[in-house]
Write a protein that binds this ligand. Structure first.
Ligand code: NAD
Length: 260
């Protein structure tokens, strides 16, 4: 379905981004992996996807906290592959503290990586996608782009901002063959959430399994985690012809979290 398409997934060396990258490659898209991590591990991931799915996979270590680097990632991809069809803005970080104790540096880092990176990537990608008369921009927001939780001032602000950005870009590209949507996952068991599970375990003096159950019970009625490959499926659906008229909106994949 995606043979000949070129995709970038930011923050795809781990978790949700990696799940999305694998699903895009499985459907035939060439891939630019991005994210932090151990160089040998990343190379293993890169070669693994390339061999399994017979697509071209390259790694670009652009730092998503730097606007110019994000724009450089898009420019380098167009230069290397001659096109860019799918941009998944997924890189993200988390930090939790009450608002009065929230360190300003963490606020800025979360806004830069979780929101501004998507702005820079989209701004750089839209002209190329419009030229091709086809493009898919998928922003990985969160349930926290739709509702709030305590102690997540920066994250909730950034994700609400990302949903707003999605609507504007959906409007500005409407009718051009380019769509822009946000996916809003509930809990997914990745390193980002593992830290929060460990915090609950320590605070409540319980083990990891009990803490994971508590975390789900608090928010996610299905009492089950969303998987990275399910989110890969949501992204590839948005890249399918069935989704040609879906733009400027959000799709929740959250086990019922935001239905409450
Ligand atoms: P993760 O920690 O497993 O992965 C984050 C990825 O972002 C990694 O590849 C990391 O290297 C990359 N990254 C971080 N800082 C970067 C930087 N400065 N430059 C380049 N790459 C950088 O986390 P995840 O849970 O897979 O999160 C992925 C996205 O999904 C995030 O935007 C997160 O907010 C969102 N999300 C996660 C959940 C969840 O429950 N895990 C729920 C909703 C939304």
């Amino acid at each position: 379905m995606l043979k000949g398409k070129v995709s970038i997934v930011t923050g795809s060396t781990s978790g949700i981004g990696l799940g999305i990258a694998k699903e895009l490659a499985r459907l035939g898209a060439d891939l630019v992996l991005n994210g932090l991590g151990d160089a040998d591990e990343i190379e293993k991931i890169r070669i693994g996807i390339e061999r399994e799915h017979s697509v071209r996979v390259v790694y670009d270590g652009a730092d998503m906290s730097k606007g110019e680097a994000v724009r450089g990632l898009v420019a380098a991809t167009v230069e290397r592959f001659g096109r860019l069809d799918i941009l998944v803005n997924n890189a993200g970080i988390q930090f939790t503290a009450p608002v009065e104790e929230f360190p300003a540096a963490k606020w800025h880092a979360i806004l830069d990586i979780n929101l501004s990176a998507a702005f820079h990537g989209i701004a750089a990608a839209v002209p190329q996608m419009k030229k091709q008369h086809w493009g898919r921009i998928v922003n990985i927001a969160s349930t926290h782009g739709l509702v709030a939780s305590t102690h997540k001032a920066a994250y909730v602000a950034a994700k609400h901002g990302l949903v707003g950005l999605t609507k504007v870009v959906g409007l500005e590209t409407a009718g051009s063959g380019v769509t822009c949507n946000a996916v809003c996952p509930g809990w997914v068991r990745t390193p980002l959430v593992e830290k929060q599970i460990s915090n609950i375990a320590t605070q409540r003096g319980i083990n990891q399994k009990e803490a994971a159950r508590d975390l789900l019970a608090e928010k996610q009625p299905s009492l089950d985690f969303v998987s990275p490959s399910q989110l890969g499926g949501t992204v590839t659906f948005l890249c399918s012809p069935a989704a040609d008229q879906i733009t400027g909106t959000t799709i929740s994949v959250d086990g019922g979290w935001t239905a409450q």
